[in-house]
Structures are given as C-alpha cells and as structure tokens.
Design a binder for this molecule. Structure first.
Ligand code: ATP
Ligand code: MG
Ligand code: MG
Length: 552
C-alpha cells in the first residue's frame, strides 16, 4: 500500500517513477557554490535532494557549482563536504562544474554553428540598456548578425586570452522581443582574467550560471533538478539550451527557499559579519551556518527533523525561529543528561551541617531515559545557589528562597533561610541557612510541604566556567524589510551575546565534551564550546532555553 507523498516534489518523483520516465531512475544533486559555509537553508535543500534519492532508491551527487572564479575557495569546498557528512548524508558522485568547462565550450561552439549564439562586443551597460522592459521589447545588438565564422573566430580568441575583461561576451541568440526577459539573448560567457581555485589560469572565459547549470545537470543525467523559486523564470532558458543541444533532458523544479525570522541566510551578508569581525567566524554560535549551529549545540538529527517538519512548498514564507529551536528541544530532551549549574552564584552556609562533612547524593541523569542511570553529586556545608532564587522581600507568588522561607534543594534536603549577610554597600553576599536532616530525598516525614525546588552546587567541589548566553542575531524578524538605502547591520542585536564568568558547575561537568549536550536543570541545554573551552578554563554555550521564552 502506498501513502500519499509528503510534498509536491515527492509527488512529481513518485509519478515519474510510476510512468516509467527515465526508466524509473531518480538522480538528484546538491549544487552549492563554494563561496561560503553551508547554512540552515542549505540543509533544507540537502535533506530534500539526498532524502529523495534515499526514499526512492535513487542517487544524489554533490556538485560544486564553481563557475565564478573570484569568490570561490578550496576552504569552502572542504567545509561543505564536512558539513554534509556531519548532517548525515553522503553523495554517490562528487563533481565540479569546472570539470565540464571543455564540454561547455564545445557546446557553445555548436550553438554558434547552429546560428544560436553570437559574440557581442558591446559593454554590459549597453547590453542591459537594450534589454527592454516587461512591456517594451528589447533592441537587437548591432553584432547580432555576425557570421558563424566570425563568431567562432572571436569566441576562440576570447578563450585564448586575446581580449580584456568586458570587451566581448557570448550571447544566446533567441528573441529580443520575447515576453520573457530571460530569453532576450541572455549571456552565456564573459571574459574574466581571474585565477580559478581548480582550473588555475587555464581559462579566462567563464560560463554564466544559466548556461552552466542545466548542462551540468544533463551531463550527470540528473532527472530532477531541484532549485529555489527565484529560478522559476530561468526554467524556460534551462529547457531551451537542453533542447537546442539535444542532450539529456534534465527537468528543473522549484521550491520555496527557507527564510527564518531574526536571522539572515545570504552568504554575502554572513561573509560581511565574518569579515567585519561582528561575529567570531563562520562558526559563531549565533550564525545560522551549520558550523555555527553545531558549535551552539545543535545536533544533526534536530536539523534533519526540522527540515522534515517544515516540509517543501511552492510558496515563499517565513519560518519562525521557534520551530527550529523546538526541534532542538525535542531532540535534546530525549538525549541530554541533566546536570546542575549555577550561573550567578550566591553563597549559602548551612550552619547546622557539620564542617568538613561531604555526602554523595544520587541524582537521576535523565528522567526521559532510564538507561542513562544516576550519578553522585557532592553535598557539603557551603553551597552556591542562583542569585535569582533568593529575594529579600519576595512577593507572594515567589516560591523560592526568602528570609524565613523553606525550599527543596534538588536531590538533597529542605533548606531554610535564617539570615542574610550583606557587605558594607548593602549587597547580599551570603545566606545563613539551616537544613532538615530528616528531608533527605526531598520530602518531610511530618508531611510539611515546600513549593519550590532549586538547584545548587557544593562550593568546594564545583568547577568554575564561563557560560555564554545567546539571543537572536537580528532585532527585526525579517531582514528583507530593511530598505536598500539602509545598512542592514543597523539591525544587528547588540545584546545577542551575554558572557557570564565565575559560573559554578557540578564537578562531573569538568568532563563534558563538545557534541555531547547537557541540560543544566531549569536553565536550558548547554554544550562545551568547541573553539574556546580548555580543561583549565571551561566555556559553555547555551544551545537553547528550556521553553520558548520569546513568546509574548
Ligand atoms: P546565496 O544567494 O546566499 O549565495 P545560493 O542559493 O546562491 O545562496 P548556493 O550555494 O548556490 O547558494 O546553494 C546551493 C543550493 O542550496 C541551491 O540549490 C540553493 O537553491 C539551495 N539553497 C540555498 N539557500 C537556500 C535556502 N535558504 N533554502 C533552501 N535552499 C537553499
Ligand atoms: Mg550564490
Ligand atoms: Mg547559487
């Protein structure tokens, strides 16, 4: 029995298989341009392309769309491969569009010979000015009717390096009056005397995206070429090249790209943040890059679940950041062990607890996973609790500690505040408390109840750490609301990072490792910072709070 496909793309694929199109073969590809690090938007495309191959018994290639020499770099080629693997996918074949340069050149010559391409010797500005508008046809270039021989000769000279950048281009000869602007003799090649990260100085002409992409798909016999909506109008041209060259008919389908609230997904803008030092590199935990998310504590599974949950549609829209955060919460709730950590410590002395005595109390590692077992937590006369868990003059609904009030210490005893110690400036520096030895494990034999349970650490045993708390990268939901004339960076959230030092963690956290997130009880999910943490100076990142605190 077959269930209904999850989205319109999978429906198309399922129908093609049923109809025996391409003998039922499914071949997809993920085609990043190596000009930046992968971000959560790419993850959507990766999960779709690799997911379809997996689900329909097909294949998926990784192809670097490296046709633009000036912005690309091997650094990106390597990081992209690592990030795809980290996300849990592997490609069947690895390709580079630059490997197809010779074939693309031959095909361009073929189009010239068919009278379907010509060398234009105008400037790009002149060409743009002749393009016309949606309501007015374009104007033909004075070079449009060059002979095949002249075109072949000029194109060969473009290739061999005889001309300066910008002096000539190769254009497809289609229809300057087409109602579809993309069909008004689009550019195929431009001259660029630039070093390419793979082909070196072999080429000084480079194919445009529209000429390279479909032909690369066709070479790899891609059956379903999935791209984002902006390319919808390009599909006509995609099909035109394939038809005129009489090559394998790959088909392009468009889906809505991912946009997330309070962040940006443009690689150009992300690069700006990196280059201007606004963030701590591509892997800054505030960045929507896969590296940033990983350093923040995101698991690959949480990201895959997110992509599956948001699905694939034909309509653009904004996805609320909360959806991404919730997928992390759901995943970590199952897998993350619980620990106690005090971010803003307030000292507590238990006056009736024997000096020098230490108890090892049992604490449950994960109430969602019995197999995670228990651990020992040291308890002693001097503790730290959270400053926020004490109020000198608490309102009625405050169920934590106050003068004369009693709370439960997690995994330990009832604790009662007897006295508040202040410094000369009136700041609270210490609480003098008593504990009830009869309440071990959290309940009183006399049936007396306490409402609040707070976390704590033993002062003498705690390890010190720096803890970094994060907020949204942007102050506004949608960066595309910023007018062109204004700098989008004016809307960066200047409070997106809060660094807390002198935090005290239960001793077992000294062994915490990046990639192994933990829940600090009541505070959120945290992970060791893979870049800055050292055994002698621990640094933790908050991955996400326990609940959605952004909700109004
Ligand atoms: P940018 O405009 O930031 O450079 P791009 O789309 O050009 O982004 P590529 O590296 O060319 O980035 O993208 C590789 C693939 O990932 C493409 O198929 C593209 O459609 C897809 N992709 C990129 N961003 C998103 C996104 N936000 N949502 C879904 N798919 C995306
Ligand atoms: Mg791009
Ligand atoms: Mg691109």
């Amino acid at each position: 029995e077959t269930s209904k496909p999850r989205d319109f793309i999978r429906e198309i694929v399922a129908n093609d298989i049923a109809a025996g199109t391409n003998d039922g073969r499914v071949q997809s590809r993920f085609p990043p341009e190596p000009n930046g690090y992968l971000h959560i938007g790419h993850a959507k495309s990766i999960c779709l392309n690799f997911g379809i191959a997996k689900e329909f018994g097909g294949r998926c290639n990784l192809r670097f769309d490296d046709t633009n020499p000036t912005k690309e770099d091997v650094e990106y080629v390597e990081s992209i491969q690592e990030d795809i693997r980290w996300l849990g996918f592997d490609w069947d074949e690895l390709h580079f569009a630059s490997d197809y340069f010779e074939q693309l050149y031959d095909w361009a010559c073929e189009l010239i010979r068919k009278g379907l391409a010509y060398v234009d010797s105008q400037s790009l500005d002149e060409i743009r000015a002749q393009r016309g508008t949606a309501t007015e046809p374009g104007t033909a270039s004075p070079y449009r009717d060059r002979s095949v021989e002249e075109n072949l000769d000029l194109f060969a000279k473009m290739r061999s390096g005889e001309f300066e950048d910008g002096t000539h281009v190769l254009r497809a000869k289609i229809d300057m009056a087409s109602p579809h602007l993309i069909m008004r003799d689009p550019l195929m090649y431009r001259i660029r005397h630039a070093h390419h990260h793979r082909t070196g100085d072999e080429w000084c002409i480079y194919p445009m995206y529209d000429y390279a992409h479909g032909q690369s798909d066709s070479i790899e016999q891609i059956t379903h070429s999935l791209c984002s909506l902006e390319f919808e109008t390009h599909r006509r041209l995609y099909d035109w090249f394939i038809e005129k060259l009489e090559i394998f008919p790959s088909k392009q389908y468009e889906f809505a790209r991912l946009s997330l609230t309070y962040t940006i997904m443009s690689k150009r803008k992300l690069l700006e943040l990196v280059q201007e030092g606004k963030v701590d590199g591509w892997d800054d935990p505030r960045m929507p890059t896969l590296r940033g998310l990983r350093r923040r504590g995101y698991t690959a599974e949480a990201i895959r679940n997110f992509c599956s949950e948001i699905g694939v549609t034909k309509y653009p829209g904004m996805t609320d950041m909360v959806v991404l955060e919730n997928s992390l919460r759901n995943d970590l709730n199952k897998r993350a062990e619980r620990r106690m950590a005090v971010l803003k410590p307030l000292k507590v002395v238990i006056t009736n607890y024997p000096e020098g005595q230490v108890e090892e109390l049992d604490a449950v590692n994960n109430p969602e996973d019995e197999s995670a077992g228990t651990r020992k937590v040291p308890f002693s006369r001097e503790l730290f609790i959270e400053q926020d868990d004490f109020m000198e003059d608490p309102p009625k609904k405050f169920f934590r500690l106050g003068p004369g009030r009693e709370v439960r210490l997690r995994w330990a005893y009832f604790l009662k505040c007897e006295d508040v110690v202040k410094d000369d400036a009136g700041n609270i520096v210490e609480l003098r408390c008593t504990y009830d030895p009869e309440t071990k494990g959290g309940s009183a034999p006399d049936g007396r109840k306490v409402k609040g349970t707070i976390h704590w650490v033993s002062a003498a045993h705690a390890v010190e750490a720096e803890v970094r708390l994060y907020d949204h990268l942007l102050k506004i939901e949608d960066a595309s609301d910023v007018p062109e004339a204004e700098d989008w960076k004016n809307y960066l959230n200047e409070n997106s990072l809060e660094v807390l030092t002198g935090c005290r963690l239960e001793p077992s956290l000294a062994e915490a490792e990046p990639g192994n997130p933990v829940q600090f009880e009541r505070l959120g999910y945290f992970t060791v910072d893979s870049k800055h943490s050292r055994p002698e100076k621990l640094v933790f990142n908050r991955s996400v709070t326990l609940r959605d605190t952004w909700a109004k």
